[in-house]
Design a protein. Structure first.
Length: 319
């Protein structure tokens, strides 16, 4: 028996795993977490609510030792009577050892505006974030395109990228996205109405759909670029994540993920691959690479229609 165990151990060593059915260790995967639309992607929260939501979200990330970068829309700070609380929510990020990036001042789409206006919106979104980062000797270095809209034509895309690089930014791509924002609005409404049953149903669906999206994206990456890169996950600053990000982290750990910084993820050579994607609709970088290679992705998991219907009925805006 002991010999058999030794034999199995030998065959299950990394690199010589020739007996896959006996090898229980999951594949090692890496992911960086990014959270958009700070201080909050929610509509109805008060300043105090935003601080509480942020504290809860960051507490779980700290407990789980998961690094994250939060992307700010400074326009969301200026709500009458709540400015101090909303800036405090951002302060919690940097005081907690997390980093902030720019997501434009007003969440402006590059596909729906002219380049000059968009560039002004990028610059306008820097002031408070720069001050907060400076308190911790950090510089503003990451930028995330709102709606993942990178430009409707290649010239605009490249000019915008040159502008961002000129201002010292690294563009933060994403490769994993399970549309948490679509769940979050419905979840928040259910929570406000005290509908615990619906909340549970939404969380179950969100975690299961996320797992499907991760499996699909891992496969798509292998098909497109030949391996799974260090992934970058897109989430949003909302009550759903504040309440349940721990369970999402658990789903990812079960898939073999360990959590790395955005800087570590961006060191993957995949993020330097040819990318000529342009389109009306923003999308993730796995799609960018697939389209650039002339192999548009197929068979993506279908987002649950019932959640879309409920979201439509609430007339929730897309973040
Ligand atoms: Zn956003």
């Amino acid at each position: 028996m002991r010999e058999l165990r030794m034999l199995l151990l030998f065959f299950c060593l990394p690199g010589i795993c020739s007996l896959p059915s006996y090898c229980q260790a999951p594949q090692v995967r890496e992911v960086a977490i990014t959270i958009d639309d700070l201080p909050a992607a929610t509509r109805g929260s008060s300043g105090t609510g935003v601080v509480e939501m942020t504290s809860k979200l960051l507490q779980t990330l700290r407990d789980q030792k998961v690094p994250a970068v939060g992307f700010v829309n400074e326009g969301k700070l200026y709500k009458w009577g709540e400015v101090d609380a909303r800036i405090k929510a951002l302060q919690l990020w940097v005081d907690g050892g997390f980093e902030l990036g720019n997501h434009t001042y007003s969440h402006m789409s590059l596909n729906q505006s002219n380049l000059k206006d968009w560039e002004e919106d990028v610059v306008r979104g820097e002031s408070v974030t720069r001050l907060l980062l400076a308190q911790h000797n950090m510089k503003l270095r990451y930028f995330r395109h709102p709606f993942l809209d990178t430009g409707r034509d290649l010239q605009t895309r490249r000019e915008a990228e040159a502008f961002l690089v000129g201002r010292g930014y690294h563009i933060a791509p994403i490769t994993l996205d399970a549309w948490d924002w679509m769940y979050a609005g419905v979840y928040e409404d259910a929570k406000n109405r005290g509908d615990g049953g619906l909340q549970q149903e939404l969380v179950k669906s969100y975690l299961s759909y996320s797992d499907d999206v991760f499996a699909y994206s891992e496969k798509l990456a292998k098909q497109t670029i030949g391996y799974e890169p260090r992934q970058i996950l897109l989430l949003h600053a909302n009550q759903l994540e504040a309440d349940h990000i721990g369970e999402l982290i658990e789903v990812m750990r079960k898939r073999g993920y360990r959590f790395i910084t955005l800087a570590a993820a961006l060191s993957d050579q995949a993020y330097g691959l040819p990318d000529t994607y342009v389109g009306e609709e923003g999308t993730g970088w796995l799609d960018h690479w697939a389209v650039s290679l002339g192999k548009p992705p197929q068979n993506a998991p279908v987002f649950p229609q019932w959640v879309i219907e409920r979201s439509k009925n609430l007339a929730l805006p897309q973040p």
